[in-house]
Design a protein around this ligand. Structure first.
Ligand SMILES: [Mg+2]
Length: 261
């Protein structure tokens, strides 16, 4: 299917959940798929808003499905947050974050540590141990004027149990309480796509951004100027697609059909 696009696609930016797997279930034979992608000379990077896992843990999950990825081939919204923090506070320093332990570890490795008394910025993402107290602290700091970064706006994410509350749901609570809109790092903001294209060595015209969600994957690909492909193996229903403009360049049942390799 991607052979229809002109100029020819050289790089793929793949969303993970709902595209490569659903929860812990791979969608199709992933080792064969990645072998075919390589055989066709396509460069590929995974870009996910999911910041519960850091990129090593995302690679570990792909390894459990039989796919070996290099470190540059996975980026999540949390790594984009680190890039945004480095831009504002190049020397590191105190922050207040509502985030998963692995996300906090990544902040610490980059020189940013949790210290609510001296925080320079507030970062809110998916924290499975979120409490009223954490929302309270974040709210008061944001109301005092601190920079407010949200990892990604996804309201939910797919699991075998169904759609569970995502980072966007927690961010919505803080946004409502503080009355301030966050600066988002993940999709649909273009920053993540720009980092991906740098790593792929491609231009927007030769890059296809593939995902299962319209308001993050497809909107973000559009904003970055990439070609876009929607797979129906995740959260989007035919009815959602019917009401969405502009339409993705490609639509397919799953990644295999979209790539047609
Ligand atoms: Mg997805």
């Amino acid at each position: 299917m991607i052979q229809k696009l002109f100029p020819a696609i050289q790089g793929l930016i793949l969303d993970m959940d709902g595209v490569l797997y659903q929860g812990n279930e791979p969608l199709g034979n992933l080792p064969d798929l990645f072998a075919a992608i390589k055989e066709h000379g396509l460069r590929v990077i995974m870009a996910t808003n999911n910041a519960i896992r850091n990129s090593d843990e995302h690679r570990e999950k792909m390894r459990s499905f039989g796919v070996d990825l290099e470190p540059w081939q996975v980026i999540n919204s949390m790594q984009v947050v680190v890039e945004l923090l480095k831009h504002r506070f190049p020397d590191g320093g105190p922050i207040f974050s509502v985030a998963s332990p692995s996300t906090m570890k990544a902040f610490e490795e980059a020189g940013y540590y949790n210290d609510e008394k001296n925080a320079q910025a507030v970062i809110v993402g998916l924290d499975r141990h979120v409490t009223y107290e954490k929302i309270e602290i974040a709210t008061l700091l944001i109301r005092s004027g601190l920079l407010y970064i949200g990892t990604n706006p996804d309201a939910s994410f797919p699991t075998p149990k169904g759609q569970l509350p995502g980072a966007g749901s927690i961010i919505a609570a803080v946004t409502t309480a503080s009355g301030v809109e966050p600066l988002f790092a993940g999709k649909p903001e273009p920053a993540m796509y720009e980092i991906c294209m740098e790593r792929l060595g491609t231009t927007p015209e030769t890059t296809l951004a593939i995902g299962d969600r319209l308001d993050t994957d497809i909107l973000g690909g559009n904003r970055a100027g990439c070609r876009t492909g929607l797979v129906m193996s995740g959260v989007t229903s035919p009815d959602d697609l019917a009401h969405w403009e502009p339409k993705p360049d490609l639509v397919a049942d799953d990644l295999w059909k979209m790539l047609g390799l």
